[in-house]
Ligand binder design. Sequence first.
Ligand SMILES: Nc1nc2c(c(=O)[nH]1)N[C@H]1C(S)=C(S)[C@@H](COP(=O)(O)O)O[C@H]1N2
Ligand SMILES: [Mo]
Length: 203
Amino acid sequence: MFRSRAEKKVVEAGYDPARLPPGQYLTDTWPVLHAGDVPSYPPDLSGWDLRVHGEVDTPLVLTWAELAALPTVTVVQDIHCVTRWSRFDAELTGVPWSTIRERVGQRPGARFAIAHAEHGFTANIPVEFLEREGAMLCTHADGEPLTPEHGWPLRLIVPGKYFWKSAKWLRAIELSAVDVPGFWERYGYHNDADPWAEQRYAF
Ligand SMILES: Nc1nc2c(c(=O)[nH]1)N[C@H]1C(S)=C(S)[C@@H](COP(=O)(O)O)O[C@H]1N2
Ligand SMILES: [Mo]
């Protein structure tokens, strides 16, 4: 017996239905979702930088060339959007947080990470979610550089949360002693965003 028609489709596609969080359905496309316009950058990304600041010993500013020279990991993982689509087996490549953490000297008081993206978009997570397997500053998906609408040149990937926490067009990570609700969180989305607990909305 299937719990739902969505689960039946997962099984028919050859996947373990336990991978589908409650209330989600499987898509084999990669939908595009965001508020506002896709930012445009010069092709060589001159002028682009990534800032890491807040509860750190040594704030860091990386140019694109510096970021692109850092070692990467590739992790195949499932993504779950609050609008109910899930995509399985996305192959995501990027710089793991541990590399950045060591460079900046993350302070013990850093309890939350606030991702800052273009156009003032922000997303907040407990800092330990940056430590999870698959969490990364992501540059490539399925072996190709991110497309502009999926966040080129850099987006955050936060496994274990609905996908809105994975800020596209990332420009800074701020480590903070206090939590600061992000763009969608202020809009009424659940602060914790656990897809397995269906933490979609705050109301
Ligand atoms: N900068 C930025 N990042 C964002 C958003 C946004 O509005 N701005 N939306 C989030 C939401 S709601 C989702 S579901 C995912 C969608 O990512 P995708 O378009 O690559 O599927 O991006 C997240 N990251
Ligand atoms: Mo979303």
